[in-house]
Design a protein around this ligand. Structure first.
Ligand code: G6P
Length: 610
């Protein structure tokens, strides 16, 4: 969490830093700050709260420096106030830095530095970094690389840091371990950021800096160093994302823009995996031989990506008949999972940087097990460390609540499951072709849902803006997608909501149903349709207000207060269609409550701490 940016070039840095921070606010938004070189001094300006407060402060200043760093914070150590906001400065102002990550041994380091008369003004773990770099800088007098490298050896935890030295005001120094950072370059200067959207407007040419490397950004060049201080060569990579994909383009919020982008990005993802009606996974480095060797799958992910995993579990087992287990990454890493040489561990992640998912990937690799990453951000840590990578082509996703990345992850799962089913001879050619055709129809069906249901959902959502609880129920894949629907509502509207397998309601939850409790039932699965409907009748007769999401061939008028009809598709692919109204419900209820949809309180899009 937290976002960092930096710019060193010919333009006014403050504008580029603020623009970059505004695109990183999804990573944290409880305070922000920048440091800019000015008349041989480094000026630091910070403000509590959203970026707007910092902008107000900066309006009153005349900062025309062309080299600077910035930060938007998601508090871990120390309350969100101006003192704890970044940048942090060493005792005599020699070192100024911004940091994303957590320094685990900061207490011990504070004690060490206090013995050398350093004093600390904040409650953060970051301030220690500024002073530790300062300490080594002055002790060994061997310049920035030496001071940063000695600091990296001494600290434990995760970090992406951007550092300015009073004595080197035309340079920005950066280093990282386990927290994301990219470095960009164009004719106007050099850039750094936690994520691509922050600099996409300026350059598409980026370097990826690896763990325990550091780099020096000058106006016209970037030099990389390893932990020994030796120079290393890096390739410049081109980002394929459109600049417009990181802009709102007339939509009120990124979330609704991203919901509407789904047909298009799903089509792109399908076109990268299916050629001439055949699935080709060579881009992911996966050949038939590899796929045949796996006799069990372990899916590990967090948040919505975990919900994709739950859908995947149903699909892999039913369609491809491969034993599959899905687990939350933060649980997986501290358990002792039983993996064998024929296990494939699949990590699903939009950002490719989620700390727990990354740790789970490493845990699997340490055990000698093969790993496949389903990732959206090219060049992210998870993508770089996995044995095989299947990229989703959702483009930059800015709203904290995921929509389009989720939908493209589902596509990756359908394709993989279909291919595994074919290779393992669980389906014949005819069914294989049918599945492929139906995958290709998904974008059009989503478009139909968006065209026909958006207005209806917008209208009826306002009547739920004052509710306190909601329940999402379904069976099988309908249950899996209920989990995502419930998360979409609660994370942005702050309405308490829960998802239940319908059959489980009678074991406790049904006692919570009273007059007008909102229950959203999803009933798309033919084989268990009637059972789900019976469960909905049970809640209705206890006073629930029931919304049913079902297909056009079903009549649910007797049980539903409101009905949402979606097109029919193959049973395995129904999550892709039923999730769309669920996203719209979450979005429009939140809008009707007047809340900040794209930046819900306490959340960050990319969770790079445990
Ligand atoms: C955060 C985001 C979620 C996301 C989860 C996992 O909680 O708000 O939308 O599903 O992290 O992130 P990842 O980048 O690994 O998919």
């Amino acid at each position: 969490m937290c976002g960092i940016v930096g710019y060193n070039g010919n333009e006014k840095a403050v504008d580029i830093l603020l623009d970059g921070l505004s695109r990183l606010e999804y990573r944290g938004y409880d305070s922000a700050g920048i440091a800019i070189e000015k008349n041989k001094k480094i000026e630091v300006i910070k403000a509590k709260g959203k970026l707007l407060n910092l902008k107000d402060k900066l309006n009153k200043k005349n900062l025309d420096g062309t080299c600077g760093i910035g930060h938007t914070r998601w508090a871990t150590h120390g309350e969100p106030n101006e003192i704890n906001a970044h940048p942090h400065v060493s005792n005599d102002g020699t070192v100024t830095l911004v940091h994303n990550g957590i320094i685990e041994n900061y207490q011990e380091l504070i004690q060490k530095l206090e013995k050398h008369n350093y004093v600390f003004y904040s409650q953060t773990d970051t301030e220690v970094l500024a002073n530790l770099i300062d300490y080594y800088y002055k002790k060994y007098k061997m310049g920035p690389i030496d001071a940063i490298n000695r600091t990296m050896v001494r600290i434990r935890g995760s970090y992406a840091i951007a550092v300015m030295f009073k004595d080197y005001q035309d340079e920005i120094w950066v280093a990282r371990k386990d927290s994301p950072m990219i470095i960009g370059k164009d004719k106007n200067g050099t850039y750094l950021a936690s994520d691509v959207p922050a600099i996409l407007k300026y350059t598409k040419n980026v370097y990826y800096i690896d763990n325990l490397e550091c780099a020096c950004l000058k106006k016209d060049d970037v030099t990389f160093y390893d932990l020994n201080g030796d120079k290393i060569e890096k390739e410049l990579n081109e980002i394929k994302w459109d600049v417009s994909s990181a802009e709102k383009e007339g939509y009120e919020h990124f979330m609704i823009k991203e919901i509407n982008e789904q047909p298009d990005v799903i089509k792109k993802t399908i076109n990268s995996l299916i050629f001439d009606n055949k699935i080709k996974l060579e881009n992911a480095n996966l050949n038939e031989e590899d796929l045949k060797s796996f006799d069990n799958l372990y899916i590990v992910a967090c948040g919505s990506a975990y919900h994709v995993g739950i859908c995947a579990q149903y699909i892999f087992e039913d369609l491809a008949r491969i034993p599959t287990r899905v687990e939350i990454a933060s649980e997986f890493r501290y358990r002792k999972p039983i993996l064998n040489k024929n296990t494939l561990v699949i990590i699903i992640s939009q950002s490719g940087e989620t700390a727990d998912s990354l740790a789970a990937l490493r845990e699997a690799k340490n055990k000698g097990v093969k790993t496949l990453a389903i990732v959206n951000v090219v060049g992210s840590s998870i993508a770089r460390e996995a044995d095989y990578v299947l990229y989703t082509l959702a483009g930059p996703e800015i709203a904290v609540a995921t929509t389009k990345a989720f939908s493209t992850q589902l596509i990756a799962i359908y394709v993989l499951a279909t291919e595994l089913a074919k290779i393992n001879k669980k389906i014949n050619n005819e069914y294989y072709n049918e599945l492929i055709n139906e995958i290709k129809n998904i974008p059009e069906k989503i478009q139909i849902i968006l065209n026909t249901l958006t207005e209806k959902i917008q209208k009826f959502s306002s009547k739920f803006s004052n509710i306190h609880d909601a329940f999402y129920i379904g069976r099988g894949l309908d249950y899996a997608i209920s989990l995502e629907g419930s998360l979409k509502l609660k994370e942005i509207s702050y309405i308490h909501s829960e998802a239940y397998a319908s059959g489980e309601l009678k074991h406790g939850t049904i006692s919570l149903i009273e007059d007008n409790t909102l229950v959203i039932g999803i009933a798309t699965q033919e084989e268990i349709y009637e059972k789900t409907i019976s469960n909905l009748v049970e809640v209705k007769s206890r006073g629930a207000y029931v919304i049913v999401i079902t297909t056009e061939d079903k009549d649910v008028s007797k049980v539903a207060n409101d009905t949402i009809i979606i097109p029919k598709t193959n049973k395995y692919f129904s999550p892709s269609l039923s999730v769309i109204p669920l996203q719209l419900i979450g979005y429009y209820i939140t809008v009707s409550k007047g809340l900040d949809v794209d930046k819900p309180r306490n959340l960050a899009k990319s969770v790079t701490v445990e």
